[in-house]
Design a protein around this ligand. Structure first.
Ligand SMILES: [Zn+2]
Length: 477
């Protein structure tokens, strides 16, 4: 039905068609790509239309003190979040068409007053070039080594082979430096430390050749060091208030199935990992609180496709699906709607691994690209390139003005939403918007009662440690 490679190809091609602004420098910079693909099955024929409606790149996230009480900055510029916010822009445009009496390829009238639903045959699919950061990235090495991904070399052979000496990092940690501390697996008997394995760097030999790799345990009966199965590490820290990572060698390094904040060096961020956000969208939908006013049913991704990278089906299932699968008692229009999880064999040409392969001497240090690109299928200003949460290349003087704002920031999306409300015939307004005292962004989000009820259920049943948003940062209008 859905071919993962076909989807990946579509998204990479869409990326190739974009202008250069904000793209990584080939061979030196890498980035992550995510996209929302709309699939439309035409009722009267067998044709299926697949088109990218939103695409995002990015690896960064701002620190918490940079957050804006005016809603002017993009807090989270990971590709997945950029792609989802671009999709919201697209949905707002389509909703605007629908409420104005025009033709929308997405929405048609639902039976409740003022409410809309997806056109028959329309589904949305999510693509990400890499396993989402956070829980889904904590992949046992055995799993990922058995997959066709670039081999992870031991420190020794790595140095011998290419002389660069950079340790391969885990599958993510976009902005975390290469100098991550790797705890050594030291021998208890003070034996030959040359045999110590760096837990992040298992030998590149065929894991099937080392049967002991399948069972955890630092030493065999003779006291020799046995290869310890390890996990890909994440720089994403557990949210506060819950258990921390045990940091044991090997598989016990991380806690699994827990909420994490986005990885990054420097000041801590308040944004949760992409694994957590994707899990949340599987229950609340990806449309957010504002659009929920107009929708009879939440919008769910039917499928999540991941590009070629270290990947584990079980871990993806745990991170995106199992953590929320028991949630019940959701209000009308919401349900636990886990996506089908697929993986593609096609790698994003600007992935970290590809960039390392293409890197040439004299090119300078490999680093994540600082810019985030958003493109979405809207008629006005479809492209939005940002850095540090503001428009790319904006001068300091322009900060605080509309010129500096991304079209994906809270304030801009709020204003676009208000233009839909203004375009709606008062008699056709959804009930939840019929109160006149709604003024701020916070007011409009809170008034989305069913969405808030669904969030309360998800929060209490699955994610009690998910930090509540700070009201003071949401009172703009
Ligand atoms: Zn992420």
């Amino acid at each position: 039905m859905v071919h993962a490679d076909e989807i990946a190809k579509l998204c990479y091609e869409r990326f190739n068609q974009l202008p250069r602004r904000g793209k990584p420098e080939p061979g030196r910079e890498w980035t992550l790509l995510a996209a929302v693909v709309q699939i439309t099955r035409c009722a009267d024929s067998d044709t299926v239309k697949k088109e990218v409606v939103s695409l995002g790149t990015g690896t960064k996230c701002i620190g918490q003190t940079a957050m804006s009480p005016k809603g002017e900055i993009l807090n989270d510029s990971h590709a997945e979040v950029i792609a989802r916010r671009g999709c919201i822009r697209y949905l707002i445009q389509e909703l605007n068409r629908a409420v104005s009496g025009g033709d929308s390829s997405v929405f048609c009238q639902a039976d409740q007053r003022g409410k809309w639903r997806l056109q028959p045959g329309v589904v949305f699919l999510f693509f990400t070039s890499h396993t989402p950061c956070g829980d889904a990235a904590i992949i046992p090495m055995i799993d990922s080594l058995s997959q066709p991904c670039p081999p992870v070399l031991s420190v020794k052979s790595h140095k011998e082979n290419d002389g660069r000496g950079d340790l391969k990092r885990g599958p993510e940690e976009p902005s975390e430096g290469k100098h991550i501390k790797l705890p050594r697996l030291d021998l208890e008997d003070g034996g030959d430390t040359k045999q110590s394995l760096l837990p992040n760097s298992p030998k590149s030999e065929d894991p099937s050749q080392s049967p002991s790799a399948k069972t955890p345990g630092p030493s065999d009966s003779a006291g020799r060091l046995a290869p310890v199965p390890d996990v890909h590490r994440t720089g994403a820290k557990c949210v506060s208030g819950g258990p921390a990572d045990p940091l044991h060698p090997g598989l016990g390094y991380h806690s699994t199935g827990v909420l994490r904040v986005k990885p990054g060096r420097g000041e801590p961020t308040r944004s949760l990992s992409c694994s957590d956000k994707l899990a949340r969208w599987g229950v609340l939908g990806f449309q957010g609180a504002l659009l929920s006013h107009y929708l009879q049913e939440a919008l769910y991704f039917s499928t999540v496709v991941v590009g070629k990278c270290p990947y584990s089906q079980e871990v993806m299932q745990r991170a995106l699906v199992t953590r929320c699968s028991h949630v019940w008692d959701l209000p009308a229009g919401f349900s636990v709607c886990p996506p089908e999880l697929l993986r593609s064999s096609l790698e994003f040409p600007f992935s970290q691994a590809q960039t390392e392969l293409r890197h040439q001497a004299g090119q300078g240090r490999i680093s994540p690209c600082g810019a985030a690109i958003s493109w979405c299928n809207v008629t006005e200003r479809p492209l939005d390139v940002t850095a540090n949460g503001y428009k790319h290349g904006v001068t300091k003087k322009a900060l605080g003005t509309a010129k500096a704002r991304s079209l994906l920031c809270k304030l801009e999306l709020f204003h676009s939403f208000l233009s839909v409300v203004a375009a709606t015939d008062p008699g056709a307004l959804p009930d939840s918007l019929r109160r006149t005292e709604l003024k701020t962004y916070w007011d409009f989000k809170e008034a989305s009662r069913l969405y808030q009820q669904a969030w309360q259920q998800l929060h209490s049943q699955a994610f009690p440690l998910w930090p509540r948003s700070d009201r003071d940062l949401l009172l703009f209008r």
